[in-house]
Every structure is written in structure tokens, then in C-alpha cells.
Design a protein. Structure first.
Length: 123
């Protein structure tokens, strides 16, 4: 175990901890999500991944896709300019395994705790 340290004393830190819960309302039920976090130059990633992909869930007809995909990032920051944004792409999969973009969207990473909902509309 090696403790993480910021380069200078007094640097602020940001912890982004949460999950991509799931999705519904798309043309097909089989869904997965590609995600990334885009932060400005004032933010230095100390731990975590800035992009990834959920598994593909195949729910029953009237049920939402459930991903429960964890997000866990740790930043050191010099200032608040360039606050991180969450970029999302929801993909659908047909019965032949072909992927089609179902929708995309982005939001600023929330500054408060709690559950936050992002609505994505088809392109």
C-alpha cells in the first residue's frame, strides 16, 4: 500500500463516487453505455479510470436495463475551472449482435451528493 499524496500541501481534492444505474425508453431493450469523464487542465487524476463501458443488459420487454456500473475517481485540483463533465453514449444491440447508437448526452458532474438523473434523447 502506497498512500496518495498531492504535489503541494493544501491542494483541493475531488472524489467522484457513484454508479451508472441503467436505462430505458429506447427502441430496443438490449442496452449498454459507453462513458467518459472530461476534466480541464486544473484537474489531475490520482486514481480511477476516465472512460469505460457497462455490460450489455437484456431485460424483459417492459423492464429497464440495469447496469449498476461503478464510477470511482479521485482528482487533485488547482481551481474550479474545467469542472468534470460526464459524457454518455447509450448503444442498443439487435438480435444479430449489431450495435446501433441509441442516444447520447452529457452533464456536469454534480457538486452535491444524492441521486441524479440524466435524460438522453435519441439522435
Amino acid at each position: 500500500y502506497k498512500p496518495l499524496t498531492t504535489q503541494r500541501r493544501g491542494m483541493a481534492e475531488l472524489h467522484v463516487v457513484g454508479q451508472l444505474l441503467g436505462g430505458d425508453g429506447f427502441q430496443r431493450n438490449s442496452l449498454f453505455c459507453k462513458w467518459s469523464i472530461d476534466a480541464g487542465p486544473n484537474f489531475r487524476l490520482l486514481q480511477g479510470h476516465t472512460s469505460g463501458q457497462t455490460h450489455c443488459d437484456h431485460p424483459n420487454e417492459d423492464e429497464p436495463a440495469v447496469w449498476a456500473h461503478p464510477l470511482d475517481l479521485h482528482y487533485a485540483l488547482k481551481g474550479f475551472d474545467g469542472w468534470p463533465k460526464l459524457l454518455l453514449e447509450v448503444w442498443t444491440v439487435d438480435q444479430f449482435g449489431r450495435c446501433e447508437l441509441g442516444g447520447y448526452g452529457c452533464c456536469v458532474v454534480p457538486t452535491s451528493s444524492g441521486m441524479h438523473e440524466v435524460r438522453i434523447r435519441p439522435p
